[in-house]
Design a protein around this ligand. Structure first.
Ligand SMILES: [Zn+2]
Length: 210
């Protein structure tokens, strides 16, 4: 059964709303950047209204016929252990390794073999990826200004899978927790073959069942 366009529209609207709220929350965070820099504990637990809480990310998933679209929105810290723009070779290498790991998303989302799903496309968005994207052997200094402005940074990833036997798609295992131990919780919003569901995923509860 395919979700109606209306439901998909609502979810997308909810997603853009969440994203707008997130931007707003980020601004609030900038005010705290001094504090964060000093104690280095990155504990945003007191700020319950903030979408940018270290350890917590969001996962939006839509199954539409044979297509599975997954959107991950995560503080960079959860995936990398830092959020500043990389300038050292070591940090740039970490960001590039993360980019490779996210591009190999078959290891991050485990589908039932019978559903015959394969990864079609990955889109990544983050100021941290931008910082390692335009290296042509000459130095840019435009990054420095952005670095000063960013106390926190997010990573958005969109994964698109297709399944030839979508009727066999009864669950998806989210392997992000073992791949990225800094990720403690993912807030899930999903539209599966049987309807809408939400909840929280953790290392101990990493199965989305349809
Ligand atoms: Zn942060």
């Amino acid at each position: 059964m395919r979700p109606t366009p209306f439901i998909i529209g609502s979810l997308l609207a909810a997603m853009s709303f969440a994203s707008a709220a997130h931007d707003h929350a980020d601004h609030g965070h900038d005010e705290h950047k001094h504090e964060d820099k000093h104690d280095h504990d990155h504990d945003h637990g007191h700020d319950s209204l903030s979408a940018h809480e270290h350890g917590v990310g969001s996962l939006n998933l839509v199954v539409d016929g044979n297509d599975v679209s997954i959107e991950l929105d995560s503080p960079a810290d959860n995936l990398l252990g830092f959020e500043y723009l990389p300038t050292s070779d070591a940090d740039k290498a970490k960001v590039k390794a993360l980019r490779t790991q996210l591009n190999e998303a078959e290891a991050l989302f485990v589908f039932p073999a019978a559903a015959d799903c394969s990864l079609k496309e990955v889109e990544l968005n983050s100021p941290l990826f931008d910082a390692v994207a335009d290296e042509h052997g000459h130095d840019h200094d435009h990054g420095e200004k952005e670095k000063a402005a960013e106390a926190h940074a997010d990573i958005q990833a969109h994964f698109h899978f297709t399944c030839t036997q979508a009727a066999k798609l009864d669950q998806i295992q989210v392997a992000l927790f073992s791949a990225f131990p800094g990720t403690e919780r993912l807030l899930l919003q999903a539209i599966g073959p049987k309807g809408q569901q939400g909840g929280e995923l953790t290392a101990a509860q990493n199965l989305i069942r349809f």
